[in-house]
Design a protein around this ligand. Structure first.
Ligand code: SF4
Ligand code: SF4
Length: 281
């Protein structure tokens, strides 16, 4: 089973929730696909990871064969290849590696070269769980390719995989959530929290992925989130209380249900609800 953990914006507790699931649900795999700012491995204390680079391709033009016909530029949706007066200019960082320009070039003038856009790290946490995360190189625009490669590690049917997803509703979030069996939205009970999660709810409904909500810092704000969930028929899976001790543990990079065992049941019960809910679909 693949479970995505996501939120309307960063800093609402996605990684807190993912790490608490990871240490409490037996034999689970966790993946941090928030490749611009991965931090799950810090909370999970990843030990001696191995890594491999992730590459993307970009076009290279054979000037001998190019007639400057302009077809590649017309095709590219990202303005990554622009036939100018005397040469074709390629903006490597804008290229999304779709392969289309080579297909439309009538003269076979385009080949592709590769460049590294980031890395994938693989290993185990100090809690003896399997953990993978991606890291996008600074200045790169899209981590989708890294996320797609990370999701290879979700392919086992015998385990549950928790995917800490990028915040919001970007292409990277869609890539992380696509193909998952269930999504857990994490939100704070404030007007901003409710407003941010509405887009995520819309996205998940369009993607036809079942979902529920974990309220983080429950007790902090007002009742709007409860009203919204009732009106929209969204299941509240559980609530993490607004607790100074939890905040302190987070600030020290610690997983709160490890230090405060009474919260183990919270995550085990939420997981049970997800599994039971999925069976009844
Ligand atoms: S591979 Fe696709 S995105 Fe890249 S330059 Fe060619 S058409 Fe544009
Ligand atoms: S489609 Fe091929 S021949 Fe035409 S401008 Fe692009 S690279 Fe040159």
């Amino acid at each position: 089973m693949k479970i995505a953990v996501l939120s309307g914006k960063g800093g609402t507790g996605k990684t807190t929730v993912t790490s608490n699931f990871a240490v409490n649900i037996k034999n689970s795999i966790s993946i941090d696909s928030d490749v611009e700012e991965p931090n799950l491995h810090i909370f999970m204390d990843m030990e001696n990871p191995t890594f491999k680079p992730v590459y993307t391709l970009y076009p290279s033009i054979n000037k001998e064969l190019c007639t400057l016909c302009g077809k590649c530029g017309d095709f590219c949706n990202y303005n990554a290849i622009i036939p100018a007066k005397n040469q074709v200019i390629v903006f490597r960082e804008s290229c999304h590696d779709c392969g289309g320009c080579k297909l439309v070039c009538p003269n076979g003038a385009i080949t592709y070269e590769k460049r590294e856009i980031g890395k994938i790290f693989n290993g185990r946490s100090k809690y003896d769980t399997e953990l993978h995360y991606g890291l996008l190189n600074i200045g790169e625009m899209s981590g989708v390719k890294i996320i797609d490669q990370l999701k290879i590690f979700t392919d086992s049917d015998e385990t549950v995989t928790f995917i800490d997803s990028p915040p919001g509703t970007s292409c990277a979030t869609v890539a992380a959530v696509e193909g998952t069996d269930y999504a857990v939205i994490v939100s704070e009970p404030t007007p901003f929290g409710v407003s941010d999660m509405k887009m995520v709810v819309e996205m998940l409904r369009q993607m036809k992925i079942p979902f529920g909500l974990i309220i983080n810092k429950a007790g902090l704000g007002d009742n709007e989130i409860y009203r919204y969930c009732k009106d929209e028929n969204i299941e509240i899976l559980g609530e993490i209380p607004f607790d100074k001790k939890i905040a302190e543990l987070y600030a020290h990079g610690e997983i709160f249900s490890v230090s405060i065992p009474k919260y183990k049941d919270l995550f085990n019960n939420i997981y049970k609800k997800i599994v039971e809910g999925s069976r009844s679909l």
